[in-house]
Design a binder for this molecule. Sequence first.
Ligand code: THG
Length: 285
Amino acid sequence: METRISSKNQEVTIGGSRKTVFIGERINPTGKKKMASALASGDLDYVLREARDQVEAGADVLDVNVGTSGVDEVKLLPEVVRLVQQEVDVPLCIDSGNPAALEAALKVYQGKPLVNSVSGEERSLEKVLPVVKDYGAAVIALPLDERGIPRDVETRLTIADKIVERCASLGIPLEDVVFDGLTLSLGVDSRAGVVTLETIRKIKEKYGVNLTLGASNISYGLPGREIINGVFLGVAIAAGVTCPIVDVAKVCASVLAADLILGLDNYGLRYIRYWRRQQQSNAQS
Ligand code: THG
C-alpha cells in the first residue's frame, strides 16, 4: 500500500517496496533543553537550523512538535509549520496532542501532511479524525486507548480494528492511515521489543498499511543506546516499518544497511552514495 504526502512542490510516497522514508524527530522539545527554550522564547532561527540540518542529513519528512510548558500550541504550531515550510521543501508530520493546534496548523499547511496522531481514545477519534478528513491529510494511528499503551499484542490489534473502522466510516482511505508499532522501553520490560515487532507484523498482515515507529524509546535507560536503536530499526523494518521517526544523522547508516539487506535499495545506490559522502566530508575536515 502506498501513502502519498506532500509539501508545496514535492511528493513523498511511503511503502510499495520503496526505500525506508525517514521522518526527522528533532523539532521536538521533549528531552531537549535548547529546543524547549528556543520554542518558549520564540527563537525560531534555532528551529529552522534544525530543519535544514535534518534535511541535509537525509530526512524525507520532518516531524514538528512544539509542545512544552509556556507555549500556546494553538498559536505557535501553525507559526512554526509556516516558517519550516518556507525554509525546507519536505512534507511535514504535524505532531500534537491538542486537536485545536492540529487544526490551526492544517489551516496554514501547503500540501498534504501527516497528522501525528489519532489514538483509540474516544476523545481523540471524535476530535482528530473529522479534521483529518476535512483537510485531506494522512494520519498516524496509535493503538492505545483510555487505559494507556497495552502491553500485549491482542489488545493493540483490537484498538487498531476500532481505529480502522472509524476512519472507514468517515471516508478516510486506508492508505492514508499509518499505524505506529508503539515502543516501550526494554529497560522497563524485556518483552517490549517482541511485542512491538509482533504488533507491526500483525497490523501489516491484516491491513497492509504503512507503519511508523518512534524507535529511540526502546533503549531508554540502557547503555549503548545507539546500537540498540540501530538494530531495532533493522528488525522493525524487516517486520514492516516503512517510515520511522528518528534522529536521522544518528541512525541513517543502520537504516540504509537494513534497506540494502532487504532488497529495497536497487544496486545499493543509496547505501553507496551515503558512504561516499561520509568519505568526502571526512576528507574535508
Ligand atoms: N510515535 C509517534 N510520534 C512520536 C513518537 C512516537 N513523536 C515524539 C516521539 N515519539 C519521537 N520523537 C522524539 C523526539 C525527541 C526525542 C525522542 C523522540 C529525544 N531523544 C533523546 C532522549 O531520548 O534522551 C534526547 C537527546 C538528544 O538527542 O538531544 O529527545 O513514538 N507517532
